[in-house]
Design a protein around this ligand. Structure first.
Ligand SMILES: Nc1ncnc2c1ncn2[C@@H]1O[C@H](COP(=O)(O)OP(=O)(O)O)[C@@H](O)[C@H]1O
Ligand SMILES: [Mg+2]
Length: 369
């Protein structure tokens, strides 16, 4: 398949007085899967539909394979689209559901048979062509929808929360299958989801959106390990977002004061002594140690255990820092009870490279999820 890059430039979309897309620019490179991630209502579907041609932006441009398609209707864009509701024809067989668009375009009988056969093979539904949708499971129905999008050999595949109606286990299975198909076809894809794990798991790059704007773009690794903002840190995975002050800066390092104790972090470049900042630490990067008394001197944070929760593979420790801030740590327990008790005093420690420093305005509150 000839896969094309997608470029969206300065897309603006307003409904009445509300600005749903506030001039967003993004790109899905040829052959990559770009996940568009963000909370409900942030504009993901609107952005995707602008690319597909189902919504005309108020301003901005969409290019596919370098060609400006901003004014082109969907069927001229050579895109395949998969929706959350599978949007299958209930009275038509699987074969005819997939064949429908080809027949409308007047493809020959032989071409229809050949193309539909190939598409059903790709989604592992060969042999089920005679069934009607209600004789299929949810996962199989979504595969029919996927086959229907692939049957035209599109240049770009657009998927809008395609797995939201499936149960958790099937979602992971289908996600893996879609990713493997997308990679083997080298098919440029844009995958919209509000599920952060799905976005990280399916894509080459993630575009995180917030209220009609792009919050951060990066590889799944960058988005998780180098969140650019407190919102990004809180939306993707779990994060302790703790108020801190910069004590001193040396090349590559910032010394932070957190709840009266000091610890080193990798400097982001914008720190200066005296600045208020956020220190962002993932729970799995926070070690819990006994011996709280040397804490302040050794770069660890003194804390008191509030609760210990067994979560299967990990233990979750909730603890309070000296200033009352609450933090969470997850520990691999190796099958041995931790012995930590409620009320116990401990030291919390994170390696400098696991502390991400972000700007904080004086008095700024950490984001809720
Ligand atoms: N046709 C429409 N008319 C008015 N408001 C709309 C319309 N479509 C979407 N919106 C609003 O635009 C915002 C973004 O919607 P949408 O792109 O569907 O978000 P998401 O897919 O991220 O959940 C929402 O606040 C939604 O209510
Ligand atoms: Mg949506």
């Amino acid at each position: 398949m000839r896969s094309g890059a997608v470029e969206a430039r300065g897309l603006v979309k307003r409904y009445g007085h509300s600005t749903v897309l506030d001039g967003i620019t993004f790109e899905a490179r040829a052959g990559e899967c770009l996940a568009i991630l963000g909370p409900s209502g942030c504009g993901k579907t609107t952005a995707l539909r602008c690319v597909g041609g189902f919504i005309r932006p108020d301003s901005g441009a969409v290019l596919i394979g370098g060609e400006d398609v901003t004014a082109a209707p969907p069927f001229r864009r050579q895109i395949g689209m998969v929706f959350q509701s599978y949007a299958l024809f209930p009275h038509l067989s699987v074969f005819e559901n997939v064949a429908f668009g080809l027949r409308v375009r007047g493809s020959s009988q032989a071409e229809v048979a050949e193309r539909v056969g190939r598409a059903l093979d790709m989604v592992r539904l060969a042999g089920l062509g005679d069934r009607v949708p209600k004789q299929l499971s949810g996962g199989q129905q979504q595969r029919v929808a996927l086959a229907r999008a692939l049957v035209y050999a599109p240049r770009v595949l657009l998927l809008d929360e395609p797995l939201s109606n499936l149960d958790a286990r099937l979602r992971v299975e289908m996600r893996t299958e879609i990713r493997s198909l997308q990679q083997s076809l080298g098919l440029t894809s844009i995958y919209v989801t509000h599920d952060q794990e799905e976005a990280l798991g399916i894509s080459d790059r993630v575009m995180l959106m917030r209220a009609g704007r792009v919050e951060q773009v990066g590889t799944p690794w960058e988005i998780y390990n180098r969140p650019a903002t407190p919102f990004a840190a809180a939306f993707v995975g779990a994060a302790n977002i703790v108020a801190a002050e910069v004590v001193a800066v040396s090349p590559g390092r910032a010394r932070l004061r957190i709840a009266g104790a000091e610890t080193d972090a990798v400097a982001g470049g914008h720190e200066a002594a005296g600045n208020p900042v956020w220190a962002v630490i993932r729970p799995e990067n926070l070690a819990v140690e006994p011996s709280p008394d040397e804490g302040a001197a050794s770069g660890a944070l003194p804390a008191a255990v509030r609760s210990v929760t067994m979560l299967g593979p990990v233990l979750r420790i909730d603890a309070d820092l000296a200033d009352g801030a609450s933090v969470a740590a997850t520990l691999h327990h190796a099958g041995t009870p931790s012995g930590l008790r409620r009320g116990e005093r401990v030291s919390l420690r994170a390696a400098p490279e696991h502390i991400v420093v972000m700007r904080r305005a004086p008095g700024e509150q950490p984001p809720g999820r």
